[in-house]
Design a protein around this ligand. Structure first.
Ligand code: ATP
Length: 235
């Protein structure tokens, strides 16, 4: 579905991605592990078109999308749920959710159906739909951010550190939702520092260090790898 070939990305002269080649197949849940500053967000922004690669090729379902605008990529089903959630705190939960659809969807009936599905997945958001998004707990705000991304009807959903700053019980809930979204057929790319919880729901994972992919493997291989365990799981 998604293929990157030797992708570089730069901030001025600083090379933040260096020869990144990866692929994500339809239906997979691929985890991207990496420490602070390794390049996870840069990679996501490059895939979603927010950052133009300085070299390499990105293709989606066999079509070259290198350098395409974020709006075009959203139309093609590439939807990013950013690190830190980036909600509009003064606006209601409902308005924040709908923002995920307004940009490119016109199918009112379809939007209503997606909204019903989001509220079914996160019933608490239905109770709080008229509240300001900023008044919700961290976990509930993360649910709004994921719900907003789902309103964009993603084929490839990229989640950037959804568990950041959440209590363990809430992390479990969020990861359960991510797994359910994947099982419903949405391909997921998940950047996480919470490696153990992420690997438990993953089909495959990559490890990024200093802008380079240094390791790749399926869930069992990664969970059993000593270097991964030492660096990311702490066991
Ligand atoms: P984190 O979890 O801390 O967000 P990350 O793995 O997502 O880490 P990135 O945010 O992609 O890492 O950062 C990769 C590298 O690029 C870091 O060295 C960072 O300092 C640098 N960087 C990120 N954004 C910019 C920017 N706008 N301008 C210059 N350098 C940047």
């Amino acid at each position: 579905m998604l293929k990157l070939e030797n992708v570089d990305a730069k901030y001025d002269s600083f090379k933040a991605l260096d020869g990144v080649s990866m692929n994500v197949e339809q239906g997979e849940l691929v985890v991207l592990l990496g420490a602070n500053g390794a390049g996870k967000t840069t990679l996501f922004n490059t895939i979603s078109g927010l950052l133009k690669p300085s070299a390499g090729r990105i293709s989606l379902n066999g079509q070259d999308v290198t350098g395409k605008k974020p709006s075009a990529l959203v139309q093609s089903g590439v939807v990013q749920c950013p690190e830190g959630r980036k909600l509009f705190p003064e606006m209601s939960v409902m308005k924040n959710l709908m923002l995920g659809a307004y940009v490119h969807r016109r199918d009112r009936a379809g939007m209503k159906k997606t909204l019903d599905h989001v509220l079914e997945m996160f019933p608490i958001l239905n109770d709080k739909k008229d509240d300001a998004a900023g008044s919700l707990s961290g976990g509930q705000q993360q649910m709004v951010a994921i719900g907003r991304a789902l309103m964009g009807r993603p084929k490839l959903l990229m989640l950037d550190e959804p568990s950041l700053g959440l209590a363990p019980l809430v992390v479990k809930q969020v990861f359960g939702a991510v797994q359910a979204i994947n099982q419903e057929g949405t391909t997921v790319l998940l950047a996480e520092q919470n490696a153990f919880a992420a690997l438990k729901i993953a089909t495959r994972a990559y490890v990024i260090e200093n802008g380079r992919l240094v390791m790749e493997g399926d869930r069992e291989t990664m969970l059993g790898n000593e270097a991964v365990r030492k660096a990311y799981i702490g066991a």
